[in-house]
Every structure is written in C-alpha cells, then in structure tokens.
Design a protein around this ligand. Structure first.
Ligand SMILES: Nc1nc2c(ncn2[C@@H]2O[C@H](COP(=O)(O)OP(=O)(O)OP(=O)(O)O)[C@@H](O)[C@H]2O)c(=O)[nH]1
Ligand SMILES: C=C(OP(=O)(O)O)C(=O)O
Length: 216
C-alpha cells in the first residue's frame, strides 16, 4: 500500500481589499479596486480549497472578506499590529494546535490564474521538507510550506525568495505557472490574463473564463 500523504493546511493572509494591492490601482476604476482585490483572492482560495484539507484566511478586517466563506474557507481575525509575517504566525498557531503533524502552508492571495494542479505539483515536490515557490520574477514568494510538524518560519516581504532560501527552505522547481504569477501591478494582471484567469477575476473584468484553463 502507498504512503498516505500528510494533510496540508493553508493560511491565506489578506488585508482589507480597499487598502490592499495599492500597486494595482489604475487597473480598474478606483471604485472597483476593492472588488478586484477580492476577486483575485476568490480565485486563489477556490483553487486552494480543491487541494488543501483546510484553508484559513487571516484577515486584517474580517467583515470585508466574508464573501470568501462561500468557498468553504475559515476566516480568522488578525490580532496585533498588522504585519504579514505576524498574521501568518497567528494562522500557524491555530493550525498547529489542531494538528501537530500537518504540513502548513502560507499562500499569497493574489494568484488569479492559480489552478489546483499548480498547488498539487508544488506540494508533491516538497514532501518532508520546508520549501517555497518563488514568484515569476524569482524575488518574491507565493507559497511557503512547512515540513510535516515543522515550523513555517515565514520571511515574506521584499526579497523573500532569497530570505526563505537563506533560512533553509528548499526552492521548488515545479513550473506551476499559475502559482508563480502573483499580481502586484496592472502589467502582472495582463500576464495572468494570458495564463487564464479564474472565474471571479474574469467576470469582474468582463471576460469569459478561458477554455484552456480546465482543472476547476
Ligand atoms: N492579514 C494581513 N495580510 C497582509 C498584510 N500585509 C500583506 N498582506 C497580504 O499578503 C499578501 C501579499 O502582500 P502584497 O503582495 O505585498 O500585497 P499588498 O500589501 O496588498 O500590496 P501593495 O499595497 O501593492 O504593496 C496579500 O494577500 C496581502 O493582502 C498584513 O499586515 N496582514
Ligand atoms: C510579500 C511578498 O509579496 P510581494 O513581493 O508580491 O509584495 C513576498 O513575495 O514576500
């Protein structure tokens, strides 16, 4: 009999949509910006729940992200000063208390072209090791995975790919294009569109979901 894979629980950090993704402003009318940020997060968590056992959104303002509940995610109110790595550690504490042996992952919320197969490929390459997926530019991080039962030790922020490597995490090589294509700027959004946007972002931008996406 094959080995039963260790369950993976994911943390998705999220600012209030009106405050987040400031570098993306201008991609749509200002009044629509919060809806766009929420659509990016919706497509991200839709793929995440297809793969992970649990998905916990650690939200700076939980009341602004309640539509995400329709995907089956849990929403945890961020406590403390408002800092990405603190928010991730807060999610990690919750998940680790519930399962001392699980793999815990931190997934950015700005991945509208993410497919379940991207996540599956990254997770399959990582077993037993703390590991990360660098963004398309190679400088940021879109996914950080703990070893089973291990610490997440998040170093998100500018240059986080290098920081995660220096801290001992293994850089995963899976192409996982939708997982690497984070959306910080309008140009990133155009690149994600070329890969194939998820339904929420496509609908918001008035496009139909591209037929080549599949996997949802
Ligand atoms: N809960 C929480 N999430 C955060 C915090 N800072 C960043 N995030 C989330 O972490 C992810 C990655 O952050 P960035 O890509 O830098 O996004 P951002 O800060 O919204 O974007 P910019 O304003 O353009 O810098 C996004 O999903 C953010 O919503 C924080 O202090 N608390
Ligand atoms: C916080 C991060 O995201 P970005 O660089 O996209 O702001 C990161 O990659 O660590």
């Amino acid at each position: 009999m094959g080995r039963v894979p260790t369950p993976v629980d994911l943390i998705v950090p999220l600012k209030a949509p009106r405050a987040g993704k400031s570098r993306l402003r201008g991609a749509v009318d200002d009044a629509v910006h919060p809806a766009l940020v929420l659509a990016l997060a919706s497509d991200t968590v839709a793929a995440a729940v297809a793969v992970a056992r649990r998905v916990v959104v650690v939200a700076a303002e939980p009341e602004t992200v309640t539509p995400l509940k329709e995907f089956g995610v849990e929403i945890l109110a961020e406590s403390g000063p408002g800092d990405l790595n603190s928010a991730l550690r807060q999610g990690e504490l919750l998940l680790r208390a519930d399962d001392p042996a699980a793999v815990i992952g931190a997934l950015q919320a700005d991945l509208p072209a993410l497919r379940p197969a991207d996540l599956t490929a990254a997770i399959a390459e990582a077993p037993g090791r703390r590991a990360f997926v660098a963004d398309w530019a190679g400088t940021g991080t879109t996914l950080l995975l703990s070893a089973p039962g291990g610490s997440l030790d998040p170093w998100f922020g500018a240059g986080s790919a290098r920081a995660h490597a220096v801290s001992g995490a293994v850089a995963l090589r899976a192409p996982a294009p939708g997982l690497r294509r984070d959306v910080d700027t309008p140009a990133d959004l155009a690149q994600a569109r070329d890969l194939g946007l998820g339904p929420a972002t496509a609908a918001l931008l008035g496009e139909r979901e591209q037929p080549q996406r599949g996997g949802r």
